[in-house]
Design a protein around this ligand. Structure first.
Ligand code: ZN
Length: 246
């Protein structure tokens, strides 16, 4: 099956059923998660020279059709720093550290949040949110502000307010859920699906995860398109590791 005019399609990870890229994230047949697949154009390393210094330089490898839908706060192309002293200490002669803490909201979450919100705009949605506190809430709120979308951050009612202060400073609304993080996730999913709100890490998740892989593209490009022998990736949920493997 092919879909004209679209550069991607969605495919169920479990039963492999294909779908047009629409606002959905779960397979109708088996409830499996949907992944983005690309009809890739021919690209060489020269394709990316002289492009903007953000992760949107890899536009062909991201799931947005129309560049006018890009919501960018100039994240990405963060420094790859050679760590000579640390390398010497642990016996590695070519150790590099990718410093994603210098992204606009200070974490790598600007990558997935930006892609998810750009896709929400492409779908014609008009509000976004996330179930999270901390880095993801900040990244979602900053991109929502850029897009002029209201942003809803779902989190337990008993969190420390400091965790969410940065997101609120970008104009997000805190939806305090009486319960655990799992409860906040569930409420966010219900509100997202029933009200058409793009919840970046739930109903926009298929697109959200596509943003994280840009970190690996940057590392390769910054090493003059040499792929490192080994990558050490910090894991919280493991989502980053999964995306890097793409
Ligand atoms: Zn399926």
């Amino acid at each position: 099956m092919s879909f004209d005019m679209e550069k991607t399609h969605l495919q169920c990870r479990e039963c492999k059923k294909k779908y047009k890229p629409t606002f959905k994230y779960i397979c109708d047949e088996c409830f499996g998660p949907l992944d983005v697949h690309y009809d890739l154009p021919t690209l060489t390393k020269d394709s990316f020279t002289n492009r903007e210094q953000t992760y949107w330089r890899y536009f062909e490898l991201l799931p947005i059709n129309d560049k006018s839908n890009i919501v960018s706060i100039n994240a990405g192309m963060t420094p790859l720093v050679r760590a000579e002293k640390l390398g010497k200490k642990i016996g590695l002669s070519n150790l590099y550290i990718k410093n994603d803490s210098v992204n606009p909201t200070f974490s790598f979450k600007d990558r997935p949040a930006g892609v998810a919100i750009s896709k929400a705009k492409e779908f014609g949605l008009s509000s976004v949110g996330c179930a999270s506190t901390g880095n993801l809430a900040s990244a979602t709120a900053a991109h929502a502000a850029k897009a002029n979308f209201p942003c809803y951050v779902f989190a337990p009612s008993d969190i420390e307010h400091a965790k969410i202060a940065q997101a609120l400073s970008y104009g997000a609304q805190y939806i305090a859920v009486d319960g655990t993080y799992d409860d906040a996730n569930r409420i966010a999913a219900q509100v997202g699906d029933s009200k058409g709100v793009g919840i970046v890490n739930i109903n926009m998740r298929s697109y959200y995860v596509e943003g994280s892989k840009t970190l690996a593209y940057e590392v390769a490009e910054q090493l003059n398109w040499q792929v490192p022998d080994q990558l050490v990736v910090p894991t919280g949920s493991g989502a980053m590791l999964n995306a890097i493997c793409k």
